[in-house]
Design a protein around this ligand. Structure first.
Ligand code: PEP
Ligand code: MG
Length: 546
């Protein structure tokens, strides 16, 4: 087995035989021609033909990669109308009496060189587009057919480089992945490959013609390719590839569709995230918002107590990127299993029942205010919800709200913008909160059931203790009853109620939760589409099947 590395353009896995792709070779006659007018005419015909081809490629790319990615072919069409570029070619015919193909190759090369000499990386990368269009014109003039190079079996294509028009012209049904020796991650080939969802490795310096026909795995997750992989590797990466494929198929089927039951009840499917780096997965999996941003990860990823500005940046980034979707940020839930040195927390005998989450925030007011100010400032950039964890009483909740209002008044006095439509909610993750949900609902817009802690506290089973696994029952009737009680209490007071603990992603309970009246499920991003599929198949007007 040979392992080679490169730069990965897309996190995906391709498995198949390699096909070496060689661009057609141009043999251009350098002789002087007798009839320049005829060459001008030939060039004009080729120009029009390539422009028509680009129009077809544009339409093909719109379908397979979307309008934005297809824009490159519009750029190519415009290039073929550009007077400076056309004059550069025509003057070689008129003044030097060279053939149309010679003039096209040299004219386009000269303009490409001009782009290559520019400092701006964007313009530098455009030189490849100029060469690409030039090559298309030369191919037409030489009567070369570039389409017969892909073979007939689906394969991983390996090339020195691929021009955008070559990439889009490839038959996608025969294309498992791409490996190129050259290429930049901002080149249009890379952009197209990404939007065609094609695992692609660029700048793979070790590509070799000897690979032709060999079995290979392109592992975009690890930026490498395995040529003639071992059986174990093949088995494990085939499994991962198949998981990816079913996720992709779901995406194809369900992206943009609503999470609505057959009888018309719509639930919101939100994602749980740990920071700005997870926003991509929210979008890729078509989450309708963020139901739980575990803000303590901003603290855990910081070497020291993150400043108000550092937090503001992280929250703003998420809110701004996902606007107008709702993003619920949970205030710092540190303690228990999540410890941080710079917090100097004492060691406790029962940390899960100890000094954690809101208990720390309410006793370290400056620490809490720093986060609340950052959140309120970020609220001006999107649609924010703030959620307090581990609440057990109305007194705590009201204290949180008072401190929040204190921060809001301070910021307004400082002339800072703060949104006035921030939703406020709490995690219902203690039996106390579930039992007192009617009282707590008076002071919130929403409840989110934290079933991980709710289960641990209801069953008195430490969620960290693997030895207790046989005693645990995530479907315990006591927990389900608390969920039902909380949903009903919330609804009595006009609050919406969601689930953000792991149980929300349990597909065997989706229908049960729907029947209980849940309004939102916030789950790991990869569970969104499988859950949407289930929701769309449920009919709440019919009795639940046993
Ligand atoms: C929960 O307790 O269910 C929850 C979502 O919070 P965490 O897992 O972060 O404690
Ligand atoms: Mg919790």
């Amino acid at each position: 087995m040979q392992v080679v590395t490169g730069i990965s353009i897309l996190n995906g896995i391709a498995i198949g035989r390699i096909r070496i792709y060689k661009a057609p070779e141009f043999k251009i006659n350098e002789n002087i021609v007798d009839d320049p007018d005829l060459e001008l005419e030939r060039f004009e015909q080729a120009r029009v033909k390539v422009q028509n081809q680009q129009q077809v490629l544009y339409e093909k790319a719109v379908k397979s990669a979307g309008e934005e990615s297809a824009g490159i072919f519009q750029f190519h069409m415009d290039m073929l109308d550009d007077d400076d570029l056309l004059d550069a070619v025509k003057s070689i015919i008129e003044e030097q009496h060279h053939s149309a193909e010679y003039a096209a190759q040299h004219g386009f090369d000269n303009v490409a060189q001009m782009f290559r000499d520019m400092d701006d990386p964007y313009f530098k990368a455009r030189s490849a587009d100029v060469i690409d269009v030039g090559n298309s014109v030369v191919s037409v003039l030489l009567g070369l057919d570039a389409d017969s190079l892909q073979g007939t079996e689906p394969s991983i294509l390996v090339a020195d480089d691929l021009a955008p028009s070559e990439t889009v012209r490839l038959d996608k049904s025969l294309l498992l992945g791409l490996i190129t020796k050259e290429g930049s991650s901002t080149s249009h080939t890379a952009i197209l490959a990404r939007s065609m969802n094609l695992p692609t490795l660029i700048q793979c310096k070790d590509v070799s013609d000897d690979w032709d026909g060999k079995l290979a795995i392109l592992d975009g997750y690890n930026s490498c390719a395995y040529i003639e992989p071992t059986k174990d590797l093949l088995d494990s990466l085939t499994k991962k590839r198949n998981e990816d494929l079913s996720q992709k198929a779901l995406l194809q089927e369900l992206k943009g569709k609503s999470s609505t039951t057959l009888d018309g009840k719509t639930v919101r499917l939100f994602a749980n995230i740990g920071g700005p780096e997870d926003v991509g997965s929210v979008q890729m999996n078509d989450a309708e918002g963020v139901g739980l941003f575990r803000s303590e990860f901003v603290y855990l990823n910081s070497p020291d107590d993150p400043s108000e500005d550092a937090q503001f940046d992280a929250y703003k980034r998420v809110l701004e990127t996902l606007a107008p979707k709702l993003v619920i940020i949970r205030t710092c839930d540190i303690g228990a299993d999540k410890t941080i040195d710079y917090m100097h927390l004492d060691k406790e005998d029962n940390p899960a029942l100890g000094y954690r989450a809101i208990r720390i925030c309410l006793t370290r007011k400056d620490f809490f205010k720093r986060q609340l100010r950052a959140l309120l400032r970020a609220s001006a950039y999107g649609n924010l919800g703030i959620m307090f964890p581990m609440i057990i009483s109305q007194r705590e909740l009201r204290e949180c709200r008072e401190i929040l209002e204190e921060c809001r008044s301070e910021l307004i006095a400082e002339g800072k913008a703060v949104a006035d439509n921030i939703q406020i909610g709490i995690m219902v993750e203690t039996p106390a909160a579930a039992i007192c949900a009617d009282t707590l609902a008076e002071d919130v817009d929403f409840f989110s059931l934290g079933t991980n802690d709710l289960t641990q506290y209801t069953l008195a089973i430490d969620r960290q203790n693997a030895k207790l696994e046989p005693f645990s029952d995530t479907h315990h009737p006591a927990v389900l009853k608390e969920i039902q009680m909380t949903i009903e209490a919330g609804h009595r007071h006009g609050c919406w109620v969601g689930i953000c603990g792991e149980l929300g992603a349990d597909p065997t309970l989706t229908e049960t939760f729907l029947r209980m009246g849940v309004d939102e499920l916030s789950v790991n991003a990869r569970s969104i589409l499988p859950l949407r599929k289930i929701i769309r198949s449920v009919d709440l007007s019919k009795p639940e099947e046993e």
